[in-house]
Design a protein around this ligand. Structure first.
Ligand code: ATP
Ligand code: MG
Length: 376
């Protein structure tokens, strides 16, 4: 079988393989096995199913008609009553997520995964793995992406709720929406991502809402304390200062995701360019030196922009990328010594070109390169 998880069916082999799996279990006369397989399929529907609700109904009806116990019903994701927009985006366990973080931050997330794989031993010892995780960090550093990575590692479906969408213009509906999102997630093992978590806190601006907001925050506090052991709740925010201290304290683990350093930027450039056209190591080092303030999200965008340009003009990706980065460089943002060194060693720029780019004299560049070389 192409399935790996106890909780969700893996559609690695596509619908054809799924059909073969169903037939092979059915042919052995294992009705319970077919029911289990169906329940797992229902938990992580493949994208080819165009009307998930109709599919669920039809599958459940097929079991009922055959007089067999039906697979556990998985309800439809809740929607906002006014806008009818679904509050939770249900995705099967992601695959192939590359997450690039400094070692100590990656270690924190890896620790969550390790705790989950030792879950039974932990529970037997009376402790639970990290069940609630708060990710903080500036925009574009990979918080949402980290939730996808965790879902892949834990082989769980990802339920993503954008709290900016859950927060309705009516606070009464906000409380109800939040409740329904949490109840829905608790129905089955999953990673629940509460994205833009600070959206709730932002509602505090309006004095008349304070009482109602307190009630909602209390619901949340209670939920965090009693969060079930087969779901991982991940909240993400780029405005941690807006969060209620009491809420923050209730999380099992808080992880700060910083902007990428030079080493991570090299890896990010590599990750995004490799599937298009691999870049020379020296160009990767140069690209990282040219983008001191970039986040993962920036780097993804700039590589894709350069790829579009390179393809249209029939030029190598590395040439286009370097030219675009040099063009966009703000000389005041770079560490001059390190930059002069990298530009000369990695990008093969002459001292004259570097001097022109940074608007400094030629000897200044020579001295900067010497200092950087000595500091190596
Ligand atoms: N650390 C990273 N590793 C790998 N890819 C990254 C990383 N950071 C960002 N990306 C890429 O940039 C995209 C956008 O990042 P993401 O949405 O996770 O950022 P975010 O921190 O959630 O930002 P925001 O606060 O704006 O929601 C990701 O889908 C991914 O492709
Ligand atoms: Mg995000």
């Amino acid at each position: 079988m192409s399935s790996r998880s106890r909780s969700t069916y893996q559609f690695d082999g596509g619908l054809e393989q799924a059909l073969i799996d169903v037939c092979s279990v059915a042919a052995s006369g294992n009705v319970g096995g077919v029911r289990q397989l169906a329940a797992r399929v229902l938990r992580g529907l493949p994208p080819e199913i165009r009307d998930p609700e109709q599919f669920r109904d039809a599958l459940t009806a097929a079991f009922a008609e055959a007089g067999a116990p039906t697979p556990r019903r998985v309800s439809r994701p809740p929607a906002d009553r006014d806008s009818r927009i679904e509050l939770v985006d249900v995705q099967p366990p992601p695959t192939g997520i590359a997450l690039i973080l400094p070692d100590e931050v990656a270690g924190e997330l890896q620790a969550v995964v390790m705790e989950w794989s030792a879950r039974e031993a932990l529970v037997a010892a009376g402790v639970s793995p990290t069940l609630t995780l708060l990710l903080k960090g500036p925009p574009g550093v990979g918080k949402t992406h980290a939730a996808r990575w965790l879902a892949e590692q834990l082989d769980l479906p990802l339920f993503a709720a954008d709290l900016a969408g859950v927060v309705s213009s009516y606070l009464g509906s906000t409380g109800r929406n939040l409740r329904r999102v949490l109840d829905f997630a608790k129905e089955q093992p999953c990673v629940l991502l509460l994205d833009e978590f600070d959206a709730l806190a932002k509602r505090r601006d309006d004095d008349s809402d304070v009482g109602e907001l307190k009630r909602i925050v209390n619901v949340l506090l209670l939920e965090l304390e009693r969060w079930p052991s087969d779901c991982l709740l991940v909240a993400a925010t780029n405005h941690p200062e807006l969060l209620d201290r009491a809420v923050e304290r209730r999380f099992d683990r808080i992880v700060d995701i910083p902007p990428p350093g030079p080493h991570e930027r090299i890896q990010l450039f590599r990750t995004f360019s490799d599937p298009i056209e691999p870049l020379d190591e020296a160009v990767l080092v140069g690209a990282a030196a040219l983008t001191p303030k970039a986040t993962g999200s920036h780097i993804e965008r700039v590589v894709h922009d350069a790829a579009r340009n390179a393809i249209i003009h029939g030029k190598p990706l590395q040439e286009t990328l370097t030219a675009m980065l040099l063009d966009a460089l703000d000389p005041s943002e770079v560490d001059r010594d390190a930059f002069c060194f990298t530009a000369s060693e990695s990008l093969g720029m002459t001292q004259r070109e570097i001097a022109q780019l940074l608007d400094v004299s030629h000897p200044t560049v020579g001295a900067a390169i010497r200092r950087a070389r000595e500091a190596q």
